[in-house]
Ligand binder design. Structure first.
Ligand SMILES: Nc1ncnc2c1ncn2[C@@H]1O[C@H](COP(=O)(O)OP(=O)(O)O)[C@@H](O)[C@H]1O
Ligand SMILES: Nc1nc2c(ncn2[C@H]2C[C@H](O)[C@@H](COP(=O)(O)O)O2)c(=O)[nH]1
Length: 207
């Protein structure tokens, strides 16, 4: 790789993004950018009433990620330093297309493109795919109260949205390398060999 890579870990809710990004950052001595979740004032309300709160929530995520990405560009990417994030800003579009309707969806889509089209895209995406049972188990294990009542149908839709989004990114951003990890079977938390394999693959790609 000619320049210092910008790496993003992606996947649906509970797939293991933050866990894997943190472990890889430790192993490869990389700075890690994590999404702000606990301080989000709308998530709780959103899960109680998606129709009422989706626009506020999506805009909040978008503005936060935009600011984080701007800082990441200044601190790392423009200085030629590799960095790993536990998300790709494209996830705003994945969620926004799913949770918003009508004119709000159109307005949000426009704002998304205005804010993000000229920002650097990750060089490598580690995409953790996992099925519904795995995600539900991991969300339960994480134990966030506001996620207790996430509808399985919503999660299932997101699983499919993520697959479609990764296929779309492969076409629209051909310079991005997408590595798909089978999150149902590759257990980078409990199985050291599984983690070593993922870390080695990433090291190879970063050369
Ligand atoms: N491969 C794995 N095997 C077992 N548990 C995992 C695995 N990956 C993540 N977890 C656990 O599942 C929960 C969700 O992981 P997290 O990294 O927060 O997911 P995400 O950031 O994708 O939402 C956490 O409690 C984490 O410890
Ligand atoms: N509607 C949206 N929800 C989002 C978005 N990004 C994250 N989230 C939710 C999903 C989880 O409940 C929580 C943390 O996300 P993880 O994937 O890290 O578990 O926040 C979004 O853009 N829109």
């Amino acid at each position: 790789m000619k320049h210092a890579p910008f790496i993003a870990v992606e996947g649906p809710i509970g797939a293991g993004k933050t866990t894997l990004a943190t472990m890889l950052a430790g192993e490869l001595q990389l700075p890690v950018i994590k999404e702000i979740v606990e301080e989000n004032p709308f998530l709780d309300k959103f899960y109680q009433n998606m129709d009422d709160w989706s626009f506020q929530l999506e805009m909040f995520f978008l503005c936060n990620r935009y600011k984080q990405l701007e800082d990441t560009v200044n601190q790392y990417i423009n200085k030629g330093k590799p960095v790993i994030a536990d998300y790709h800003i494209y996830k705003n579009l994945i969620f926004g297309e799913r949770t918003l309707k009508g004119t709000k969806r159109e307005k949000y889509r426009e704002i998304y493109h205005v804010l993000t089209d000229d920002l650097p895209k990750p060089d490598i995406i580690l995409y953790i795919r996992a099925d519904l049972d795995t995600l539900l188990a991991r969300i339960a294990k994480r134990g966030r109260q506001f996620e207790e009542d996430i509808a399985p149908a919503y999660l299932q839709q997101l699983i499919e949205d993520y697959d479609a989004a990764m296929a779309s990114l492969a076409l629209t951003e051909p310079s991005t390398v997408i590595v798909t990890i089978d999150g149902n079977h590759v257990d980078f938390v409990e199985n050291k060999e599984d983690f070593t394999r993922v870390a080695s693959q990433l090291k190879e790609l970063m050369k």
